[in-house]
Design a protein around this ligand. Structure first.
Ligand code: FES
Length: 115
Protein backbone atom coordinates (compact mmCIF):
# COMPACT_ATOMS: atom_id res chain seq x y z
CA UNK A 1 0.00 0.00 0.00
CA UNK A 2 1.30 3.40 -0.95
CA UNK A 3 -0.06 6.94 -0.62
CA UNK A 4 -0.48 9.53 -3.33
CA UNK A 5 -1.92 13.03 -3.51
CA UNK A 6 -5.03 13.14 -5.70
CA UNK A 7 -6.32 16.36 -7.27
CA UNK A 8 -9.93 16.48 -6.07
CA UNK A 9 -11.29 19.89 -7.08
CA UNK A 10 -10.62 23.61 -7.27
CA UNK A 11 -10.63 25.66 -4.08
CA UNK A 12 -13.52 27.68 -5.56
CA UNK A 13 -15.62 24.56 -6.18
CA UNK A 14 -16.63 24.44 -2.50
CA UNK A 15 -18.50 27.32 -0.93
CA UNK A 16 -17.45 28.41 2.55
CA UNK A 17 -19.02 26.26 5.28
CA UNK A 18 -20.00 23.68 2.70
CA UNK A 19 -18.80 20.42 1.21
CA UNK A 20 -18.76 18.47 -2.01
CA UNK A 21 -18.75 14.80 -2.81
CA UNK A 22 -15.61 13.39 -4.43
CA UNK A 23 -15.53 9.90 -5.92
CA UNK A 24 -12.29 8.16 -6.75
CA UNK A 25 -11.96 4.55 -7.81
CA UNK A 26 -14.67 2.67 -5.95
CA UNK A 27 -14.44 4.98 -2.93
CA UNK A 28 -16.41 8.09 -2.10
CA UNK A 29 -15.34 11.03 0.04
CA UNK A 30 -16.49 14.42 1.25
CA UNK A 31 -14.29 17.49 1.00
CA UNK A 32 -15.10 20.43 3.27
CA UNK A 33 -14.36 24.12 3.22
CA UNK A 34 -14.58 25.29 6.84
CA UNK A 35 -13.57 28.51 8.52
CA UNK A 36 -10.45 26.63 9.68
CA UNK A 37 -9.48 25.24 6.30
CA UNK A 38 -10.14 22.33 3.98
CA UNK A 39 -10.66 18.77 5.21
CA UNK A 40 -11.59 15.39 3.76
CA UNK A 41 -13.46 12.42 5.23
CA UNK A 42 -15.14 9.26 4.03
CA UNK A 43 -18.35 10.02 2.20
CA UNK A 44 -20.72 7.73 4.05
CA UNK A 45 -21.98 8.21 7.56
CA UNK A 46 -20.81 5.48 9.93
CA UNK A 47 -24.33 4.98 11.28
CA UNK A 48 -26.12 3.79 8.14
CA UNK A 49 -25.51 3.94 4.39
CA UNK A 50 -26.23 7.64 4.05
CA UNK A 51 -23.91 9.90 2.10
CA UNK A 52 -22.91 13.06 3.90
CA UNK A 53 -22.91 15.17 0.72
CA UNK A 54 -26.31 16.61 1.65
CA UNK A 55 -25.37 17.11 5.27
CA UNK A 56 -25.01 20.48 6.93
CA UNK A 57 -21.65 22.01 7.80
CA UNK A 58 -21.66 24.12 10.98
CA UNK A 59 -18.23 25.46 11.93
CA UNK A 60 -16.18 22.26 12.28
CA UNK A 61 -19.14 19.89 12.43
CA UNK A 62 -20.87 17.88 9.72
CA UNK A 63 -24.43 16.84 10.50
CA UNK A 64 -25.77 13.77 8.71
CA UNK A 65 -29.00 14.45 6.80
CA UNK A 66 -30.67 11.19 7.82
CA UNK A 67 -30.66 11.09 11.64
CA UNK A 68 -28.71 14.27 12.42
CA UNK A 69 -25.67 12.43 13.77
CA UNK A 70 -22.71 14.80 14.05
CA UNK A 71 -18.97 14.42 13.45
CA UNK A 72 -16.05 16.70 14.10
CA UNK A 73 -14.73 17.36 10.58
CA UNK A 74 -10.98 17.75 11.30
CA UNK A 75 -10.74 14.57 13.41
CA UNK A 76 -13.76 12.60 12.16
CA UNK A 77 -14.79 12.05 15.78
CA UNK A 78 -18.37 10.91 16.31
CA UNK A 79 -19.98 13.45 18.65
CA UNK A 80 -22.80 11.39 20.10
CA UNK A 81 -25.85 9.24 19.44
CA UNK A 82 -26.85 7.95 17.01
CA UNK A 83 -23.29 7.94 15.66
CA UNK A 84 -20.63 6.17 17.70
CA UNK A 85 -18.02 5.17 15.10
CA UNK A 86 -15.62 7.90 13.97
CA UNK A 87 -15.38 8.96 10.32
CA UNK A 88 -12.09 8.24 8.60
CA UNK A 89 -10.23 11.41 7.68
CA UNK A 90 -7.60 12.12 5.02
CA UNK A 91 -4.79 14.68 4.78
CA UNK A 92 -5.54 17.67 2.57
CA UNK A 93 -3.27 20.28 1.03
CA UNK A 94 -3.83 23.24 -1.27
CA UNK A 95 -1.59 23.76 -4.28
CA UNK A 96 -2.16 26.27 -7.08
CA UNK A 97 -5.77 26.81 -5.97
CA UNK A 98 -6.44 23.06 -6.17
CA UNK A 99 -7.51 20.81 -3.29
CA UNK A 100 -5.49 17.61 -3.06
CA UNK A 101 -6.25 14.71 -0.76
CA UNK A 102 -3.86 11.95 0.24
CA UNK A 103 -5.21 8.48 -0.44
CA UNK A 104 -3.87 4.99 -0.05
CA UNK A 105 -3.50 3.02 -3.26
CA UNK A 106 -2.66 -0.61 -3.77
CA UNK A 107 0.74 -0.97 -5.43
CA UNK A 108 0.87 -3.41 -8.32
CA UNK A 109 3.44 -6.11 -7.99
CA UNK A 110 5.63 -6.82 -11.04
CA UNK A 111 5.15 -10.51 -10.58
CA UNK A 112 6.49 -13.16 -8.25
CA UNK A 113 9.10 -12.04 -5.79
CA UNK A 114 12.65 -12.70 -6.96
CA UNK A 115 14.88 -14.63 -4.59
S1 FES B 1 -27.26 7.56 8.83
FE1 FES B 1 -26.13 9.23 9.58
S2 FES B 1 -26.96 9.54 11.57
FE2 FES B 1 -28.03 7.81 10.83
Amino acid sequence: MSHIWIDACAVDDIDEEDLIRFDHGDQTYCIYNTANGFYATDGYCTHEEEHLEYGIVMDNIIECPLHQGQFDIPTGKALGAPVCVDLKTYPVKIENERVLIKLAIAVQSDGPEQQ
